[in-house]
Write a protein that binds this ligand. Structure first.
Ligand code: BEZ
Length: 322
């Protein structure tokens, strides 16, 4: 059915300037749920882009793995079916072990040290290198430092031996746990609560934020504040789709994304402290440990991974200059 000319004039007259400039929709996928800081940040980026471009850039958020797991999202980015994603380094490290080096135990003693490494030369080299996967790299952020939540009480590292510990399927993380005599058990976040509650797992490697928000502590007998690894996020886009975005929009998207990512890393010192405080308010004992708790397993981890990943020594040299 054709609209009358008068009808069209009326319709155009009621549109704002912003609506006249057609909005372009982009999609960003994440595995984290809506309350998680990665998702909160994606929403803040979307709001700022919408505002700065009068609604012309409309970034739609797909949290909680709605578009699939990270392997599936990576494929979608490569084919151009997805525009952007915030991802863990798992899929990258599976293809090139160098992407696993940020999971080196105790490479960063705290969040500011992690932030420095994630904005350093080695990180930049790896970020630039994502073009070999058909991606455009925007920057890094992180989740909190990794901690350990166990069903039973833990006095010494030997209490971790023989235990089934949930990890992400990242080789450096799996090796860390195997080196302690434990059985690392990769499991996606959505399956974790039930598996811990019904005794399929003896413990998990996780952050304080998730431990509190997803209430894993409800079934815990001890929480170990170990801060033993950082857990980076990499923000990437589809190289195919990126090439079609006008240069002025590319600059805006890159600038807004990078600023929010860096702010997000900075916030984690506070986020970790805030959630640790909440967890201390439960009746689950919190034990604070350092590198020495893990014995010589960390040295053995480094010996092995220095041969697997040439870039690890470069990152260690950067860390030594903190
Ligand atoms: C995890 O699988 O432990 C995880 C994934 C993304 C953000 C934080 C934690």
């Amino acid at each position: 059915m054709f609209k009358s000319l008068a009808g069209i004039a009326f319709a155009v007259g009621t549109l704002s300037g912003a609506q006249l400039a057609a909005a372009t929709e982009y999609r960003i996928g994440l595995i984290t749920p809506p309350p998680h800081q990665w998702t909160v940040t994606a929403n803040a980026i979307a709001d700022e882009l919408r505002e700065a471009t009068d609604g012309r850039i409309d970034l739609l958020i797909f949290p909680s793995g709605q578009l699939g797991n990270e392997a599936q999202m990576l494929q979608q980015l490569q084919t151009g079916a997805l525009d952007f994603a915030f991802m863990t380094l798992g899929e990258f490290a599976n293809r090139d072990p160098n992407y696993g080096i940020f999971l080196a135990p105790f490479i960063a003693e705290d969040v500011p040290a992690a932030r420095k490494l994630l904005s350093g030369e080695t990180a930049q080299e790896l970020l630039d290198g994502v073009d070999k996967f058909g991606l455009e790299g925007f920057g890094y952020a992180m989740a909190g430092l990794r901690q350990i939540v166990m069903r039973d009480e833990v006095q010494s590292v030997s209490d971790l031996s023989g235990k089934k510990i949930r990890t992400v399927p990242l080789a450096p993380e799996l090796d860390f746990w195997t080196g302690l005599g434990a059985t690392p058990t990769p499991m996606p976040l959505p399956a974790l609560y039930d598996a811990f509650a019904n005794g399929q797992l003896d413990g998990m490697q996780i952050d304080f934020e998730g431990t509190w928000n997803s209430q894993y502590y409800e079934h815990a007998g001890s929480i170990i504040e170990s801060n033993h690894m950082m857990f980076p996020m990499i923000a990437v886009g589809s190289a195919r789709k990126w090439a079609d975005i006008p240069p002025e929009d590319q600059s805006k998207i890159s600038e807004v994304m990078q600023r929010h990512l860096d702010e997000l890393i900075g916030k984690y010192a506070e986020i970790d402290a805030e959630y640790l405080e909440k967890l201390r308010g439960t009746d689950v004992p919190v034990k604070t440990v350092d590198r020495s708790f893990f014995g010589d397993s960390i040295d053995r981890w480094y010996e092995e991974w220095r041969t697997k990943t040439p870039l690890l020594q470069q990152l260690e040299a950067e860390a030594a200059h903190e």
